[in-house]
Design a protein around this ligand. Structure first.
Ligand SMILES: [Zn+2]
Ligand SMILES: [Zn+2]
Length: 444
């Protein structure tokens, strides 16, 4: 038994988020995507919190379902993201942290304490605090030591732990002595586990991936999959907040553990390469080594992309071992630490359909999407474990070919930079012939 978890997302009460991010649509889309466990997101927002209080019921310790859920319930766990802006060591720092709470009662206490300290929780589902990461850790764990704090999308330049613009060089610099209680980091869309395997201090920490979705269709574009660790306990299907925490902390006696993560191509993320959006300058780490960090157009410093920043902080190279699953999905293992959970790279089904069907009409795309989901249960099943011939029968040869190419990693991506998303090409045009897989190997 496996649990597909997406624990970083935002409700309709966060800025720039779809009005459809409410409990009804979250449950509906989680099922379409094949997600079993969702974060609530935004539990600090007073209006969202009161919805959670009235509409959720606890089914096992710290795990909730909708009171009036449809036949197969989706599980929820209480999560939020906090944005800290403060100065340390004479520099302005900005970092986003995820907080997972073991109960509605603890979430309520956190909200009360933040309000008491003058934080305006109504302003945004992802509130901004003047508290440093150290003070935040102190506050959260003084209220409930079972909470988890997880630095979010750790490589984005502007708002993250290792961010090139306003981040830190190490967990210790950011969290002081509390670094011992930081058991995991989130990769974010612009990095994949292999990039994080290169960082010494992350050696024994968990690498998590979640979607950071702002609309229902983006749910699960990255996810973390849990499995039962000890095969003799297979009949124990209970999953509580404690089980989730024990798996993330990699406790010896944990019943569950991380099986693998599902990744967006990091090149698709908004900050993969170094560059300037307005000046249309984009540089790979190799190009940056020779050309430097100053924009040749405007003369100002370029926004340093995730790849270059990883190069700066990395202690070793990571070698990837690629193995193919039964249905042709490439699974990426760490050659240095084979016991680390591996990962697979996917392209969201709606993106594949857009290119395969040569349309951007939402109605046409959703119709093709629903047709596949109704036949094969969920997006994840379609992407990784439905025989290609069966997909061809339902959706046509070209869609089947697209999914097969994604499984084998035979796609090309124009990397994102300085806030601009990368562009996926499953069927590259003649002048875009560099296969991504080759390029990726040379980077590591
Ligand atoms: Zn964030
Ligand atoms: Zn410029």
């Amino acid at each position: 038994m496996k649990i597909v978890a997406d624990l970083h997302l935002h409700s309709k009460y966060s800025r720039a988020v779809s009005q459809q991010m409410d409990l009804f649509y979250l449950e509906e889309w989680a099922k379409k995507k094949g997600i079993d466990l969702l974060g609530t997101g935004d539990f600090t927002h007073p209006l969202w919190f009161s919805e959670l209080e009235t509409k959720l019921k606890e089914v096992s310790e710290g795990i909730y379902v909708l009171k009036d859920h449809s036949s197969a319930a989706v599980n929820f766990v209480l999560t939020c993201e906090l944005s800290s802006i403060y100065s340390q060591g004479g520099r302005l720092r900005r970092i986003h942290n995820l907080v997972f709470a073991p109960s509605l009662a603890t979430a309520k206490k956190i909200n009360q304490e933040l309000t008491r300290r003058g934080v305006n929780l109504l302003a945004d589902g992802r509130p901004t605090l003047g508290l440093s990461a150290i003070h935040l850790a102190e506050l959260i764990w003084s209220l409930d030591e079972n909470c988890l704090i997880i630095p979010a999308h750790v490589w984005t330049p502007w708002f993250s732990l290792y961010g090139s613009k306003s981040g830190f060089d190490s967990l210790e610099e950011c969290f002081g002595n509390f670094q011992n209680k930081i058991y995991a980091i989130e990769t974010g869309l612009s990095s994949d586990p292999a990039m994080n395997w290169r960082i010494e201090e992350l050696k024994n920490r968990s690498i998590l991936s979640f979607s950071d979705a702002h609309s229902p269709t983006k749910l699960g574009r990255e996810a973390t999959v849990f499995k039962i660790k000890n095969k003799s306990l297979k009949n124990q299907v209970n999953f509580s907040f404690k089980d989730l925490a024990a798996a993330i902390k990699q406790e010896k006696e944990a019943v569950w553990e991380i099986s693998h993560t599902i990744e967006f191509y990091p090149e698709e993320g908004k900050y993969h390469y170094t560059g300037h959006r307005h000046c249309q300058i984009s540089q790979s780490p190799q190009q940056t080594k020779t050309k430097g960090f100053i924009c040749p157009v405007c003369g100002k410093p370029l926004t340093v992309g995730v790849m270059s920043r990883v190069e700066e902080l990395a202690s070793f190279n990571s070698q990837i071992l690629k193995k193919e699953s039964h249905y042709g999905v490439i699974v990426n293992y760490s050659a240095l630490s084979p016991n680390r959970p591996p990962y697979i790279m996917l392209v969201p089904l709606l993106e594949i359909l857009t290119e395969a069907l040569k349309t951007s009409s939402p109605q046409k795309l959703l119709k093709a999407y629903e047709n596949l989901i109704q036949n094969f249960q969920s997006e994840l099943t379609v992407l990784i474990k439905t025989p290609i011939e069966q997909i061809a029968k339902v959706a046509g040869e070209r869609v089947a070919e697209g999914i097969d190419k994604v499984r084998h990693g035979k796609i090309v991506i124009k990397p994102g930079f300085d806030g601009l998303f990368g562009l996926v090409k499953i069927w590259p045009e003649r002048n875009e012939k560099t296969p991504l897989v080759k390029e990726q190997m040379s980077l590591f």
